[in-house]
Design a protein around this ligand. Structure first.
Ligand SMILES: Nc1nc2c(ncn2[C@@H]2O[C@H](COP(=O)(O)OP(=O)(O)O)[C@@H](O)[C@H]2O)c(=O)[nH]1
Ligand SMILES: [Mg+2]
Ligand SMILES: [Zn+2]
Length: 334
């Protein structure tokens, strides 16, 4: 008869340490909710040093992180390791703070929900979002919601917007959470991996999530916005699992999307058409300002090969980057 192996648990000096893997789906201050492979949820705390080099963060572990959990006794589960992140987005913890908050990690795509009216979304706002997504290397999709409200003029504007962004390589969808238009496309788009959903308050993010996942049952309308104004609630993101299996992170307000310390020279890197055209400028360090000599970008704007609206957005981000004194490396969140 083989000798029975002594189990560590039977040795009074060795604790039975079990580890599990999961994904962080919610973060409330020091408490983290982790989803395990079987879909069950486990509240955890953290143990260990998870600092990102060079950045002071308020939350070392973020929604979307793949983590290792160590179960030490029945009432304490600790996140003891984070798997390497594919990407992550941060924002300043508060207006004056030099600390950052990690909003989400391991994002496969970012959707900006915008509306042409009720409320109107300026194109500079869209361009900032897209440039930030480029900076984080996250594919971006533009979703124009409330298309049920469009008259002929709105539709013409929508077509122009879609034509522009499609030509730059960004998918643009027309949807209506109210009438169910385009929801099937949105369902397909979000069926795999982790999708970040951003957009100004009132554009219909909660309504869209409810159309994709009726059981999410999120509150919609004005009431939800009061919830977003609290000091702390604004910084917490949460991940929901859709019936398709896709994961959606609803980030509170588009202001949360990114704190990028753009350097003047790198702004054009995040406007693909300006970057490409910039190869033909007379000077390799050309910033494509109105007074730049031999600038191929200005010429392209004059000849309508680059959209005036995109160029104006580029200039506004460039101006902010140039104002940066260098002492505060954190850029204004938008
Ligand atoms: N007409 C119309 N109204 C919508 C649509 N989607 C949302 N709304 C309304 O817009 C308001 C804000 O929606 P909500 O989902 O709370 O927006 P959120 O702040 O982005 O989460 C609510 O009154 C919704 O009923 C839509 O597709 N069409
Ligand atoms: Mg909402
Ligand atoms: Zn130039």
């Amino acid at each position: 008869m083989p000798k029975k192996r002594k189990s560590p648990a039977s040795d009074s000096n060795v604790k039975n340490i079990e580890t599990l893997q999961g994904r962080v789906v919610k973060n409330n201050g020091s408490a983290y909710m982790v989803e395990l492979a079987d879909g069950s949820l486990l509240p955890c705390r953290i143990k260990g040093n998870f600092r990102i080099k060079g950045i002071r963060t308020t939350n070392p572990v973020a929604v979307g992180d793949e983590v290792i959990i160590t179960l030490q006794d029945s009432d304490a589960h600790y996140i003891t390791a984070i798997k390497p992140r594919k990407n992550y987005i941060i924002r300043r913890a508060s207006n004056l703070s030099k600390e950052s908050h990690i909003l989400a990690a391991n994002i496969d795509r970012a959707i900006l929900v915008a509306t042409l009216s009720h409320p109107a979304t300026p194109t500079t706002f869209i361009d900032r979002f897209l440039a930030t997504a480029e900076a984080y290397n996250i594919p971006a999709i533009l979703v124009l919601n409330k298309c049920d409200l469009w008259d002929d003029d709105d539709r013409e504007l929508a077509d122009a917007v879609r034509y522009l962004y499609d030509s730059l390589g960004y998918t643009t969808l027309y949807v209506s959470a109210l009438d169910g238009i385009g929801i099937e496309s949105l369902r397909e788009l979000t069926a795999e991996g982790i999708t970040l959903l951003a957009g100004n308050s009132g554009v219909g993010k909660s309504s869209l999530i409810n159309s994709l996942s009726p059981e999410a049952n999120l509150r919609t309308g004005d009431i939800s916005s009061t919830h977003d104004t609290g000091m702390h609630t604004t910084t917490f993101s949460e991940m929901v699992t859709l019936p398709t299996g896709g994961k959606l992170i609803d980030i509170p307000g588009v202001k949360g999307f990114g704190v990028i310390d753009f350097q003047p020279q790198e702004v054009s890197h995040f406007f693909p058409e300006i970057f490409m055209t910039g190869h033909d400028c007379k000077y390799s360090d050309c910033l494509h300002r109105g007074d730049s000599p031999g600038c191929a970008v200005i010429r392209a704007v004059e000849e309508s090969r680059i959209a005036q609206s995109r160029y104006q957005s580029y200039l506004s981000i460039l101006d902010e980057a140039s104002e940066d004194t260098g002492t505060d490396k954190y850029r204004k969140p938008f």
